[in-house]
Design a protein. Structure first.
Length: 279
């Protein structure tokens, strides 16, 4: 029997015993992990059993181990993000003030190399937790947004999230613009709800021009219905352009809104669709 089949057998044996004898199931998995310490499925099964049994302390340690040992596994990031969105973001209170800027000392600490087993503890405040949540979501959607296949929803989420820590993410935003140009069209109906960055708005306005490639942008809610309406009444070109222009003018007037309030609203209001579109 191959090592892979041995791992599958041990995991299946533990899974079959969970309901009738949890201790025996755990013993099988401990044995399996001892024999095959680099197998992800074994460690993930151990975590799943502890999580389902609501043993939060042991489940948390196992999740952290997976995060350290298997950082490229999408399942790990999905689990972290779902937990964060459900248990943290939903309870955040939006802040009306800008977050405190990093001091020189904190900048030096951030540049120091960290060991793999370092545990980062955050104060339980909106200013500390919201940026962490945004980083987790960005990591989840980044790969899907920039793959060869088209995923406008993930790409739209990335554009919203890139507003955080701007202009650090400007180069990646321009990469998103390049992809939209290559596609020739882009649909994200939440755009005017959450994109308030003036540089981003200018880029998207430029895409509609002749020089920008006349990219077809569907950024307004129910724009498909609006296109049908304008075709019958005023003509598609005039009507859609006018709606887009008015929406963009309104959006420019929102550039002074507190960004953290906007991003907090994005996390809370779009929680269901964010979770459903996770990789």
């Amino acid at each position: 029997m191959s090592a892979q089949k041995d791992c599958e057998f041990l995991v299946k044996r533990a899974r079959d015993l969970v309901s009738e004898d949890p201790c025996a199931a755990k013993a099988w998995l401990i044995t399996a992990r001892t024999l095959y310490p680099t197998d992800f499925n074994i460690q993930h099964e151990m975590y799943t059993i502890e999580r389902n049994a609501e043993k939060t302390a042991s489940a948390g340690r196992l999740l952290y181990d997976m995060f350290i040992n298997f950082p490229d596994q999408p399942v790990v990031w999905r689990e972290i993000t779902v937990i964060t969105l459900l248990d943290v973001v939903g309870g955040l209170v939006p802040q009306n003030q800008d977050p405190v800027k990093n001091t020189d000392e904190s900048g030096k600490d951030r540049n120091k190399p960290r060991k793999g087993n370092d545990l980062r503890l955050l104060p339980c405040t909106s200013k500390a937790i919201l940026p962490f949540c945004l980083q987790l979501m960005f990591a989840c959607f980044k790969l899907r947004a920039f793959t060869d296949s088209r995923d406008d929803l993930s790409l739209g989420h990335v554009v919203v999230l890139l507003q955080h820590d701007w202009p650090q993410g400007e180069s990646l935003f321009l990469k998103a613009i390049d992809k939209i140009c290559q596609q020739g069209s882009f649909q994200y109906e939440n755009f005017f709800n959450y994109v308030t960055n003036i540089d981003m708005l200018e880029e998207f306005a430029y895409l509609r021009t002749t020089e920008g490639g006349r990219v077809q942008l569907e950024l307004l809610p129910n724009q498909g219905m609006l296109i049908k309406h304008h075709t019958v009444t005023r003509g598609i070109t005039k009507g859609v352009k006018e709606d887009f222009r008015l929406a963009m003018e309104r959006q420019v007037s929102r550039c002074g809104e507190n960004l953290y309030t906007v991003l907090h609203r994005f996390c809370v209001n779009e929680k269901i669709i964010i979770i459903q579109s996770l990789p």
